[in-house]
Design a protein. Structure first.
Length: 316
């Protein structure tokens, strides 16, 4: 349990992030992909399986044990080349958390240049596999989650809304508690507290990256990451000219994601669910897709006309 005492001034400075922090996503996602079976949640299982399948074994070997959702520094999420001294400081930090060092870790601590070259290459490769193909989905999930939190804050006030952000975040009017494995009292020290939705965590994390102005609490979005953005087929120019680029992209997404729900369609396209639903309504009205209800979800699939149209446009 992490305990943070907030004054009225602290509460007034609390803000909700609506845009993703891809570096932080990489940081917490690394723990899930490399040694995070115990951290897996159903909504993240497809992402975890896909990243492990696509990632080269030597890359996973290089970063396993370095990414940890418990670490406060976000060093391995920063863009660009890693500073050797920062890497050594980071390793000393995670060693204090009880991490066991391999021969590779020891070579990093000792400043061996080939080991640091390998680490930089592995982090870049891991980012390209684990984050870059999911950027649109991450952005959409963060924005949708933040919109809910912002609506609660507008209706209840930010103080009262703190208890509605996530079940593992509780607020009693003076003390904010985070249900985590760590047990500590944390001092905000007049810094701004940022509540940030994250797609690649199962629980709540506290991130204190030595920023003199900001402390971040990351909490899970409820939205699943399904297939990578790169796995979606872009519509042909002929199809885009006929339907418009957005509706053509929606039709292509339905074609390559059979029985896709409206929410997943929205995630895939980086649109709001309402906009995705409007596109689906137009496509259904044109006879290009069918829509069926599956419990609370609505699923879409191509009709024969829709499939013929895509095939014809591909050869136009």
């Amino acid at each position: 349990m992490i305990r943070i005492r907030l004054s009225s001034e602290d509460v007034a400075r609390v803000r909700i992030a609506s845009t993703p922090d891809f570096g932080l996503e990489l940081m917490v996602g690394g723990a899930l992909a490399t040694d995070g079976d115990r951290l897996a949640a159903p909504r993240l299982s497809r992402w975890q399986e896909e990243v492990r399948r696509r990632q080269a074994p030597d890359v996973l070997a290089a970063v396993t044990g370095l990414y940890t959702a418990c670490s406060l520094p976000g060093l391995l999420g920063r863009p660009g080349r890693l500073n050797t001294a920062d890497v050594v400081d980071y390793l000393e930090h995670i060693a204090r958390e009880g991490r066991q060092f391999t021969r590779f870790h020891r070579a990093l601590v000792e400043g061996h240049e080939p080991a640091h070259e390998r680490l930089n290459a592995a982090v870049a490769d891991f980012r390209a596999t684990a984050i870059e193909p999911y950027r649109r989905r991450i952005s959409s999930a963060v924005a949708r989650t933040a919109t809910r939190a912002t609506a609660h804050a507008a209706a209840l006030g930010i103080g009262a809304a703190l208890s509605t952000i996530h079940p593992k975040i509780r607020w009693n009017g003076s003390l904010l508690t985070l249900d985590t494995l760590s047990d500590m009292d944390f001092e905000l020290a007049d810094r701004t507290l940022v509540l940030r939705p994250l797609t690649l965590v199962s629980g709540v994390v506290l991130v204190d990256d030595s920023d003199p102005a900001v402390v971040t609490i990351g909490y899970p979005t409820p939205f699943a990451l399904t297939t990578p953005d790169a796995a979606l087929r872009a519509p042909s120019p002929a199809l885009a000219a006929l339907l418009g680029s957005s509706r053509a992209a929606a039709l292509a997404t339905v074609a390559w994601s059979p029985a896709i729900t409206t929410n997943d369609l929205a995630d895939s396209l980086g649109l709001s669910p309402a906009t995705a639903s409007r596109h689906a309504t137009v496509l259904r009205g044109a006879g290009l897709i069918d829509t069926v209800r599956d419990g609370q979800a609505v699923r879409h699939r191509l009709t024969r006309l829709g499939r013929d149209l895509i095939m014809d446009s591909d050869h136009a």
